[in-house]
Design a protein around this ligand. Sequence first.
Ligand code: KG4
Ligand code: ZN
Length: 408
Amino acid sequence: MHILSIETSCDETALSVLKASGSLKKPAFTILANEVSSQIAIHAQFGGVFPMMAKREHAKNAIPVLKKILHTARLEKKSKKETLTKAQIKKIQKILMREPELLEQFLVYIPKIKKPKIDLIAVTNGPGLEPALWVGISFAKALAIAWNIPVMPVNHMEGHIVSSIIALQKKTSEKNKRPSQRESIQPVAFPAVSLLVSGGHTEIVVAKNWMHYTIVGETVDDAAGEAFDKVARMLGLPYPGGPEISRLAKEGKENPKIILPRPMLHTQNFDFSFSGLKTAVLYLIRDLGTLDTQIKKDIAYAFQNAVVDVLLKKTMRAVTTYKAKTLLLGGGVASNSALEDAFRSAQKKDFPKLALYFPRKDLSTDNALMIGIAGYFRFLKRKTLGKTSGREGVPLASIKADGGMRLQ
Ligand code: KG4
Ligand code: ZN
């Protein structure tokens, strides 16, 4: 089946089209198109993401990104006559009432193309910024009305879990010389532990199987990515701070003047706290006075080491406690190379039987591919439960944005 996926939970308007087949145990995917339109440059001016601004940008970008992916996937066929009935237009106007800019573009573009070969729309419905999530959800619903296809809501964090098992193989199809990317999904041995580290979340999740999750630990204050962003700001670095800190840290070294705490390292649970570490950096900067370039690099190095130490120690304790066979990393912070090095060497040294997966760099941050794959898994599950024949999906009226949605 062909799946169109939509992700607008934060500051990326991401859409993809993939072809999915196979069972939960042996799924197969081919990417037909994958686009991310980033708002980072806009939010960088303000040092962070403002929900209402993110919402406006999603509404502006949704149709241009859709056009691009349909074109790349060769699913865009122009129609000579208008393809929407009056009744459909009325419903769509109601759904997109709060997104006038998107509605206007929608009603210019969609009636001029034929219904593309798409069988399911997967859309992120949480967690994330609610105004931003709503744009994606309303867009999905409007497309579902226009094309008469089902919608599957997807948890963003489940997307991050599956993103680490996507192994990409580039293949050029001889017939039409179009590069198509075939995904093979690594078979996952359960139980699995997943460390999800992004700008909004820091969670250790135990998965008994796909779609059977328990959050066993999480941050009690700031998320790891948020701490990276805040410390970067203290050092005068632009948003998002993670990649900037990581870049500086590469040239940093041990400095006896810079000693930072490892909050909650020795507590017997799997929870984290990064707010104290952030405050420790703030006081350190205040006490050091003017910072030269090398001191900034040393602070970045010490801060990154402290975060990596805590993430590694707590996650490996969860791996031992839950007898995990697989460890899956996900979220923007998982693209940090010091973090990856630390986990890989711990695995080699102390957990040689543990299968360890990191997402490809471009799939560690937000993207729609992971939503399409998680959407396919959800679709297969509903099918086994007899909830869908493949046509109905989830009732549209029941799909709502849930900013604080938890994995379960
Ligand atoms: O998963 P993501 O793209 O969006 C959320 O769902 O939050 O994660 C974004 C977060 C930001 O806080 C960013 O600073 C952080 O991931 N990040 C990194 C790195 N690249 C992105 N943190 C540390 N090192 C990196 N290389
Ligand atoms: Zn994310």
